[in-house]
Design a protein around this ligand. Structure first.
Ligand SMILES: *Cc1c(COP(=O)(O)O)cnc(C)c1O
Length: 374
């Protein structure tokens, strides 16, 4: 057993093509935001979001922050966000001076629950920002209808969902803006980076201004902005990855189908459901250990590694409304489905570098560890 090779929970793939692209930019002598970034924005928009205008920024978090500011979010506003997500979702709202209002999730898909969102809307609500969590689309038609009926904006945290779709419509085309993260563990990377998909030219122009010190014309600063530019070095990596991500996604989907088939019959394990009409891109393959306590779940994670050399992750163990950084926005708030998911979830490796031996071992390991009641 000890000779088994460790299966990491995630594995960025950086190859010779990416290295050559970086070298090309380095040799050009122009490394800051320039023609590579412009080309990456064009290509990403055409490929991922049906030609919507895209603006590249220095990180996914910067993309959320600037997207919210560009959409007019600020002090006095409330924006509905899930608590079961990476902290950047709520952080970005807080950074604008607005108040993140945490909303519970659907038990099956782990995404924000439209009914819970409807109940959380007040006269101060200016926007709703659900997350396409794990690469699975949230219920976009329900949120579009809710936003339209209540006169608020819809924003998409698509950090984990490059290429996912619902009823043939790509994620990143549903809201006033959407953000895709390009961090190394995401489905494609630029090293660090984010891409903002914009519903109209005004939002896009505002994101461009805020990204670059409030300037469109050099030294004619129009608003107080940031330096959240992407470099041409990062864009060159992202352009290469954009050409590969569809094949990687297909491999993720094939790996997920194998895990589904192997794990569906294991008592106590709930495999990730796919909404009708949805294309899931499996940023994570997340099972639920039905009824587990957090300690029981953590013991399974530990045993998968110790006994089978299977890495796994818990995304996310602490609901955001319980974090020291954000809890003051949500005194006394109870979100039962969020709390339950935080106790029960385990994300298993699903990345495109898995071999058939790895996949067999992951299934056998989960069956053995969960079956043994670890
Ligand atoms: C990764 C991630 C972000 C932040 O993206 P960065 O590129 O790391 O700044 C935001 N939201 C979610 C759901 C994420 O997974």
């Amino acid at each position: 057993m000890s000779e088994l090779e460790f299966i990491p929970p995630a594995k960025p793939i950086i190859g010779d093509d990416e290295r050559a692209a970086v070298d090309r930019v380095m040799r050009s002598g122009m490394v800051a935001q320039g023609p590579e970034v412009a080309a990456f924005e064009q290509e990403f928009g055409a490929h991922m979001v049906a030609g919507r205008e895209c603006v590249a920024v220095s990180s996914g978090t910067a993309g959320l922050h600037l997207g919210l500011l560009a959409a007019g979010i600020g002090p006095g506003d409330e924006v509905l966000v899930p608590s079961f997500t990476f902290a950047a979702t709520g952080n970005s709202v807080a950074l604008t001076g607005a108040t993140p209002v945490f909303v519970d999730i659907e038990p099956d898909t782990f995404a924000m629950d439209p009914a819970a969102a409807a109940a959380a809307i007040t006269e101060r609500t200016a926007g709703i920002m659900p997350v396409h969590l794990y690469g699975h689309p949230f219920d976009a038609p329900a949120f579009q209808k809710l936003a339209a009926d209540r006169g608020v904006q819809l924003f998409e945290d698509a950090a984990q969902a490059h290429g996912a779709s619902l009823d043939g419509a790509k994620v990143g085309t549903f809201g006033s803006f959407a953000m895709f993260s390009l961090y190394p563990t995401k489905n494609m990377t630029s090293g660090e980076g984010g891409m903002v998909s914009c519903a109209d030219a005004d939002v896009a122009r505002n994101v461009r201004l805020l990204r670059n010190q409030g300037m469109e014309k050099q030294y004619a600063n129009e608003v107080v902005g940031f330096n959240n530019r992407m470099t041409d070095i990062h864009a060159a990596i992202g352009r290469v990855q954009l050409g590969k991500v569809d094949a990687w996604t297909a491999q993720r989907q094939a790996n997920a189908a194998f895990l589904d088939a192997g794990l569906a019959g294991v008592a106590g394990v709930v495999v990730p459901p796919v909404r009708e009409g949805a294309v899931h891109v499996y940023h994570q393959y997340t099972i639920r250990l039905d009824g587990a306590t957090g300690a029981e779940r953590d013991a399974v994670v530990a045993a998968l590694k110790a006994e089978h050399q299977v890495g796994s992750g818990v995304y996310y163990p602490i609901p955001n409304h319980r974090l020291a950084s954000l809890e003051h926005f949500a005194p006394g708030l109870e979100l039962p489905e969020t709390e339950r998911a935080a106790r029960e979830v385990i994300s298993l490796p699903v990345h495109p570098s898995l071999t058939p031996e790895h996949l067999d071992r992951i299934v056998a390991a989960v069956a053995a560890v969960v079956g043994a009641g670890a």
